[in-house]
Design a protein around this ligand. Structure first.
Ligand SMILES: Cc1ncc(COP(=O)(O)O)c(C=O)c1O
Length: 411
């Protein structure tokens, strides 16, 4: 169980404790969030934040690194075991900086990148124009088809025309299996390097519940705080020694300074947890919950992007289903303590600030103990609310139901 913090700075502790209350009282459906264990929390909040140690274990530019060297080595070894991969870098401050370092390790500056478009479910760091990846590289994007599915033949055609130096696969909002083998074939055919960003599905990949990209990709990046349920940050992995050397150079000194050892310790603890059999059971429950949650909406005639889900998340077209924008739906759900995020959908006519969709995911509430029964209930609550968002009586009743459901699974 999480507890309130007591520090002398009342202004900050007040806001932290308010955030704790919010996390306790809200049903959390943001697909990229999770609740870390108390052990991860303690390691992350430890005195390791005091330590500087630019460089890598046994090759630091600072003294006094004998303890943090051990911690970083343990994190690396656990991560390698978790994904059955030869080389791992655990220092990236975030998923975006991991991607920056991984891209730089693979292709020259000004190189051509082909990544998944943002409104199709891709991430900013996969070549979007306002991110480093679209600014420092020549970037192009592939999109999903009219059914919201990756069309590998079409991506091949596009890749043949563009001749990218690098293809990026992986997504922030794609609910179906990603076929890394097919991406590998495309990359091979056009002579491009291949990078997979498994930020969202890392927990599923680690437990064998989503096909692994390692056999097919030059480099694999991820965040550590989504399905992987660790301290926030990025990781980069590869089976290629040359690529690994380049990655290390581009993480430090390329893009970063001193490693955040408190985060690395929090990652190491989480990797240890992920190596336990209970983690696979958790990931299976995440998938089972997402599948039934999604099906329940489909049964009510709600439009699901990409037809269904194979993983931990899915997107609802709230424009077509309820005549609401993503922004409106998010605010309405917030009013009864359900947290989701608005999300662009393929061919969205609304701006990314408004959107026509919402994205929902099951990792966080599965950590809190939700099973199929609770997600079926939740789908009904969401459906009733978005269909009757002007009816005060219904809103009040649903608010009570959410509280009852939420309070049964404390954090
Ligand atoms: C696929 C993917 N890659 C990278 C990132 C970036 O991670 P961070 O927010 O830690 O920079 C995200 C974040 O949502 C993501 O979904």
């Amino acid at each position: 169980m999480y507890s309130e913090i007591k520090i002398k700075d009342k202004k900050i502790s007040n806001w932290i404790n308010k955030e704790l209350k919010r996390q306790k009282e809200h049903i959390e459906l943001i697909a990229s969030e999770n609740y870390v264990s108390n052990d991860v929390l303690k390691a992350t909040g430890s005195i390791l934040t005091n330590k500087y140690g630019e460089g890598y274990p046994n090759k630091r530019y600072y003294g006094g690194c004998e303890n943090v060297d051990q911690i970083e080595n343990i994190a690396i070894e656990r991560l390698k075991k978790l994904f059955n991969v030869k080389y791992a870098n655990v220092q990236s401050y975030s998923g975006s900086t991991a991607n920056a370092a991984a891209i730089a390790a693979l292709i020259p500056k000004d190189g051509k990148i082909l990544g998944m478009g943002l409104s199709s479910g891709g991430h900013l760091s996969h070549g979007y124009k306002i991110s480093f990846s679209g600014y420092f590289y020549k970037s192009y994007s592939y999109d999903v088809d009219e059914n919201g599915l990756l069309d590998y033949d079409k991506i091949l055609e596009q890749a043949k025309k563009i001749k990218p130096d690098l293809i990026i696969c992986g997504a922030s909002a794609y609910s179906r299996i990603i076929d890394f083998k097919k991406f590998h074939k495309i990359a091979k055919e056009v002579g491009a390097k291949l990078m997979a960003d498994i930020a969202h599905i890392a927990g599923l990949v680690a437990t064998g519940l989503h096909p692994s990209p390692f056999e097919f990709c030059d480099v694999v990046t991820s965040t550590t705080h989504k399905t992987l349920r660790g301290a926030r940050g990025g990781i980069i992995m590869t089976n290629n020694e040359e690529v690994a050397k380049n990655v290390d150079k581009w993480v430090f000194p390329g893009y970063q300074g001193g490693p955040l050892f408190h985060q690395i310790a929090g990652k190491a603890v989480a990797f240890g947890e992920a190596l336990k059999p209970s983690f696979k059971k958790y990931q299976q429950q995440v998938i089972n919950n997402a599948s039934i949650f999604c099906q329940e909406f489909k049964n009510k005639g709600i439009k699901i992007i990409s037809e269904k889900t194979d993983n931990h998340l899915f997107m609802i077209d709230v424009k077509q289903s309820f005549n609401l924008t993503g922004k409106q739906a998010t605010e309405i759900l917030k009013s009864i303590n359900i947290t989701v995020n608005k999300n662009s959908i393929p061919n969205d006519l609304e701006s990314p600030q408004i959107t026509s969709g919402i994205r929902v995911g099951t990792p966080a509430m599965t950590t809190r103990g939700f099973k199929e029964k609770e997600f079926i209930k939740l789908a009904n609550i969401i459906y009733l609310l978005l269909s009757n968002y002007k009816n005060k009586k219904i809103i009040n009743e649903l608010k009570k139901e959410v509280k009852k459901l939420n309070d049964k699974f404390p954090i």
